[in-house]
Design a protein around this ligand. Sequence first.
Ligand SMILES: [Zn+2]
Length: 255
Amino acid sequence: MIYLGSERIVTNSFQNHKTAEDYAGNHQSIIKMNGTGKVVKVINRFESHEDSIPYTDFIHNKDNWKKGDYYNCISITGKQLLMDDSELGGNQVWIKTYQDHKKLIFLFAHLDSVAVKKGDIVDSNTEIGKQGNTGLVLSNKSKKDVTYGSHVHLQVTDQSGNYIDPRAFATGEIQTTYLEQESGLDEKENASLIDETLAVQDSNENQDTILEKTSDNTPSIPNEKVQEKELIFTCEKEDYYYIKLYEGEKLYLEK
Ligand SMILES: [Zn+2]
């Protein structure tokens, strides 16, 4: 089965994994997404290792390896490396995309290498990176197995941070699109969303600043807080226009 641009198998289902799904195939095979999106964050500073951590070793040594919020691990990204919880995914790429006008964030983790940078618009022809085993990658398979450890962890979250089953996105059954928005708002929106997604090391100070900036740009509509606006049309010429609205959508006009 073709998952994410290459032949892969599901090694950890969403039902089991809860937050994501794991797809294992050839180490260093190319990763693509089905649809278009914008790269909003990249972590790219780890090297793949020839080994993975056997699952039972991890279970037995977990307490020794964990110091506060950090795992002093182990194999994979280098034996002496201190990683914080946000880096357990190793080399990672976050992509913002939309399904039926609903915003989604895709997270590809454990990459051997990253082929995109923040701000890039990617489509189904773009190589996002290569499958790898950076970060905390566990395996209970034989080391002779080519899929040992190396895999793609795909996590999909909606605007509220809820986890969504990624399978249909991985197979291409659902193609997502990227909607270009008003650039100023878009950037602030990205910043606050990433803070929510990671929710790890960021200080309260930063989050307050972001909230303040957002409220400066909020249109003054009585008793209703507008959390997000999206440019759908710019009127070039005075006329009558018909528009299609989806259930529950509200329409705001900006002068
Ligand atoms: Zn995973």
